[in-house]
Ligand binder design. Structure first.
Ligand code: TXA
Ligand code: MG
Length: 333
C-alpha cells in the first residue's frame, strides 16, 4: 500500500512522486483512500465499473447503492449532470464544499452504471478537500467515493480509522490528518423542480434554503443507502459496538458519555468516560469531533454510550441524524 502523508498548507504539495503513485493506483482500477473536508473517501475511477465493484466488495455493502462522484470543478460536473437553474445557483454558492447534488445524468456522461446503480440520476460533488479535487484533475476521471468505512460502521475522519477498517483492500492512502468538517456532505436532490433534502450533512439546511429562497422538502430514503427498510423503521447505520442512547439527561455509572456544551451532564462524575463534542456549544466543532469521539468511546469498552441533547438546527440536524442511526435497532440494514 502506498501511503502519502502530506500537509496541503505547504507549497507544491502536488509535485511529489507519491502524487504520481496514487494517481497510478486509481488509473489502474484500484482503490485509494482519499481525504475530503467531510470524511475520508474510498475512491475509484467512476468510469470503470470493475473499479467501482471493488468499492462494494471492500465495504461489504449488501446492495449496490449509488455512489457520489467527485469532480475537480463545477465545469467538470456540468459534463455529467443536467443542472437546472436552482442546481447552478447551489453549485455557485457552495462548491467547492460539503454539498452533493443529485441531478439527471447526461447521456454523454462516462460515469459507470455501477456508480449510479443504474439510476437516471447521478450524485455529484466538488469537494473543498484539495487532495480529492487534485487527484480527479490529475487522473482526468470523476472519482466515485463513499465514506471509507466498512458498511454500517462509523465514517472515518482520520487515516488510522480507515486503515483499521479497510487496510488490506487499499492500493493507497493519503493522510492529511483529521477532516475539518467531520460529517458527510449534505445531499440535495434536484431531479424535479422541488428541491429535496436527501441527507442532512456538513452544510446546514438553512444556508441552502437561504440561497434557493424556498424550503427543502425532507425526503429521507429517496434512493439513499440510509433508506428505512420498512415504514417507520430506521436502518441501523454508523453502528458502534456499544448501545447508543441519545437525548440523555442523566448518566449511569458504567456509561461512556458523549456530552455537548457548557452544562454538566448530570451524573458525569460517576461515569466511565466522557468526551465533550464542544464545551462551548459550537455545532460545527461538535460535527468535526463526532465520529472520532464515537469510535474512541466505543473502544473504551463501555456497554452504553449516552449522548446529551444536541440542538436540532444548523449542523445539529446532521449530528442528530447520525446519532439516531447509531441508536437504531441493529440488523435492519
Ligand atoms: O461527504 C461525503 O459525501 C462522503 C465523502 C467521501 O465525499 N461520501 C459519502 O458517500 O458519504 P456515501 O456513498 O457514503 O453516500 C452517498 C449517498 C448514499 O446514501 C447514496 O445512496 C446517495 O448518496 N446517492 C447517490 N446517488 C444517488 C442518486 N442518484 N439518488 C439518490 N441518492 C443517491
Ligand atoms: Mg457512508
Amino acid at each position: 500500500m502506498q501511503r502519502w502523508t502530506l500537509d496541503t498548507d505547504l507549497p507544491n504539495w502536488q509535485s511529489t512522486p507519491q502524487a504520481e503513485a496514487v494517481a497510478e493506483v486509481l488509473l489502474s482500477g484500484n482503490l485509494a483512500a482519499i481525504p475530503t473536508e467531510t470524511v475520508y473517501g474510498l475512491a475509484a475511477d467512476a468510469t470503470n465499473g470493475l473499479a467501482c465493484a471493488k468499492i462494494f466488495e471492500a465495504k461489504g455493502r449488501p446492495q449496490f447503492n449509488p455512489l457520489i462522484s467527485h469532480l475537480p470543478s463545477t465545469e467538470a460536473a456540468l459534463e455529467h449532470g443536467a443542472f437546472s437553474d436552482k442546481a447552478i445557483r447551489l453549485a455557485k454558492a457552495f462548491w467547492p464544499g460539503p454539498m452533493t447534488l443529485v441531478v439527471p445524468q447526461r447521456a454523454s456522461s462516462s460515469i459507470s452504471d455501477l456508480a449510479t446503480a443504474g439510476l437516471a440520476s447521478v450524485a455529484l460533488r466538488v469537494p473543498e478537500g484539495p487532495v480529492m479535487r487534485f487527484l480527479a484533475e490529475k487522473t482526468g476521471r470523476p472519482l466515485a467515493a463513499p465514506s471509507a468505512n466498512r458498511s454500517g460502521r462509523i465514517s472515518p475522519t482520520r487515516a488510522e480509522d480507515v486503515i483499521a477498517d479497510l487496510g488490506p483492500a487499499l492500493g493507497a492512502i493519503v493522510d492529511t490528518g483529521p477532516c475539518p468538517v467531520g460529517i458527510e456532505s449534505t445531499i440535495v436532490g434536484l431531479v424535479d423542480d422541488q428541491p429535496l433534502l436527501l441527507r442532512p450533512g456538513g452544510l446546514a439546511r438553512e444556508d441552502i434554503e437561504a440561497v434557493l429562497g424556498e424550503q427543502l422538502e425532507w425526503a429521507e430514503g429517496n434512493g439513499t443507502e440510509n433508506a428505512p427498510t420498512a415504514p417507520g423503521m430506521l436502518s441501523s447505520h454508523y453502528a458502534p459496538d456499544a448501545k447508543l442512547v441519545m437525548n440523555a439527561t442523566e448518566a449511569s455509572p458504567a456509561d461512556a458519555l458523549l456530552s455537548f456544551g457548557p452544562d454538566p451532564f448530570p451524573g458525569a462524575e460517576r461515569a466511565f468516560s466522557e468526551i465533550n463534542l464542544s464545551p462551548s456549544g459550537n455545532l460545527a466543532e461538535a460535527a468535526a469531533n463526532l465520529f472520532h469521539a464515537m469510535r474512541t468511546l466505543d473502544s473504551s469498552g463501555a456497554d452504553v454510550i449516552r449522548a446529551q441533547i444536541i440542538p436540532n438546527f444548523g449542523l445539529g440536524e446532521a449530528i442528530n441524524d447520525r446519532l439516531r442511526r447509531a441508536a437504531a435497532p441493529r440488523g435492519t440494514g
